[in-house]
Design a protein around this ligand. Sequence first.
Ligand SMILES: NC(=O)c1ccc[n+]([C@@H]2O[C@H](COP(=O)([O-])OP(=O)(O)OC[C@H]3O[C@@H](n4cnc5c(N)ncnc54)[C@H](OP(=O)(O)O)[C@@H]3O)[C@@H](O)[C@H]2O)c1
Length: 304
Amino acid sequence: MASRPMAPGPGRPGPAPVLVTGGTGTLGRLVVPRLRAAGCRVRVLSRHPHAGQEAIEYVTGDLSTGAGVEAAVDGMATIVHCASGYRGDPEAAGTLVRAARAGAGVGTGVHLVFVSIVGVDRLPVRGPLDRGMFGYLERKLAAEQVIARSGLPWTTMRATQFHDLVLMVAKRLGGLPVVPVPAELRLQPVDPDEVAGQLVELALGEPAGLVPDLAGPRAYTVAELIRSYLRACHRYRPMLPVWLPGAAARAARAGALLPIGGSARGPAPGGTAGRSWEEFLADQIKAERAGTGGVEADRVASRR
Ligand SMILES: NC(=O)c1ccc[n+]([C@@H]2O[C@H](COP(=O)([O-])OP(=O)(O)OC[C@H]3O[C@@H](n4cnc5c(N)ncnc54)[C@H](OP(=O)(O)O)[C@@H]3O)[C@@H](O)[C@H]2O)c1
């Protein structure tokens, strides 16, 4: 496999480091050790200072103001862009692109590797109602376009919702006496570690443009996901189906957030099949039994 970030050779000092924006987030935290395991030196951009570790350098910068971004991209061959905020993703992508173009990228240009969301191009976000519920996805599509039109070599992979996100929503809604669930809305959640594995493969390879979607093994209704969480916590809550209004919600009910054809991308090269939602939940319970958190902790907390 071609290996852009690892380009040592005669007269060259060693592998150019890979910048991971959002390397402190849910996904980025899984990307960083995988890059390290592949032999890359890693630089992480964060808004907050962090102590460095062997071959992991933390630089402080902010993609919403641009502070520190040019210094962060300096000397990079590859940028894995995992940073995201609720608002401002297209602007943040623009800031990163400008810094990468202006700066000291290696060779013909920095390879930008971006992670987006399955269905961003199939969800009609037309008015304030759609935007209130799905504006984040609209902004993600705009960020994709900034990357694709940057003139830099790029790769974008869209993934479905991470198990962690589904769990967070299930915890919040499952804490209510009656659980409102968006009626007939379907998701096909994926293990973020699987996403990290695929992103690192893409970062180590040649720029590939828009690659096939990545999804977990199975689609569920949101009601099924929340019910399985409640069952795992030995809790019962009545559910109230809510018909979300608007064109985007209608498209989501029709499957716009699922990968096309309903099929997931295959297991990551290296053999790790993506954990299913049920396996993820079971692991959460095991983690609780081992005293490191999980859904059982929520059950206990909910009794207090
Ligand atoms: N979560 C999902 O279900 C899901 C599904 C598909 C795709 N994705 C995409 O995957 C990516 C990663 O998601 P995630 O869930 O891992 O996100 P996350 O846990 O919320 O992490 C967000 C990261 O962005 C960084 N960040 C936020 N604002 C920043 C700014 N102004 N400047 C620099 N860094 C900033 C944060 O770093 P500091 O706080 O250290 O600055 C943090 O590390 C996102 O692009 C997201 O849209 C997520």
